[in-house]
Ligand binder design. Structure first.
Ligand code: NI
Length: 172
């Protein structure tokens, strides 16, 4: 288990589509452990593998509380269905430190995925869990949340985006 470095906006790995996990061995469990350790250390509710530089279809979320965690470790997740009804949430992203914006997404979704042993699962999610799942599945497809904003809203964050990009470059 290890806390890994979180990759920030500007790094091309965030635009890459992750590849499917086909072999469910110890390295997959280790990847999930690292994702959770990294997410908790950054106080996030979700993290996708490409945010730590691994382009594999793995994500973790925990939308519970400290006393009542609700952890999902999902491999190869896809949104199988989504409600016509939408909800707006103020979203943030660990790859965009300091930036938040209201994003509209379907309010209820079902997700088809596999657990860390390769067993298939179907999850119905609503509320924050549905938001977090859609946000992280987007990451695995190379889509970051600023592309879910209207162009006008994205433009309003131009200055912050430039600063986040600079931050990433200075780390290297
Ligand atoms: Ni994110």
């Amino acid at each position: 288990m290890a806390v890994r470095e979180i990759i920030t906006y500007g790094d091309p790995v965030l635009k890459k589509k992750a590849s499917k996990i086909t072999v469910f061995d110890a390295s997959v469990k280790e990847l999930f452990d690292d994702l959770l350790d990294t997410m908790y250390s950054a106080n996030g509710v979700g993290l996708a593998a490409n945010q730590i530089g691994v382009t594999k279809m793995a994500l973790v979320i925990d939308t519970g509380t400290f006393e009542n965690p609700r952890v999902l470790r999902l491999a190869n997740p896809v949104v199988a269905s989504s409600s016509r009804e939408k909800a707006v949430f103020e979203e943030g992203c660990l790859s965009f430190p300091g930036l938040t914006e209201k994003i509209e997404r379907p309010s209820v979704i079902t997700v088809k995925a596999q657990d860390e042993n390769g067993e298939e699962l179907m999850i119905e999610a609503s509320g924050l869990e549905a938001v977090a799942l859609q946000h992280e599945i987007d990451h695995l497809n190379g889509v970051v949340f600023i592309y879910r904003m209207s162009p006008v809203k994205r433009m309003l964050h131009n200055k912050e985006l430039k600063e986040i990009k600079k931050l990433g470059k200075n780390k290297k």
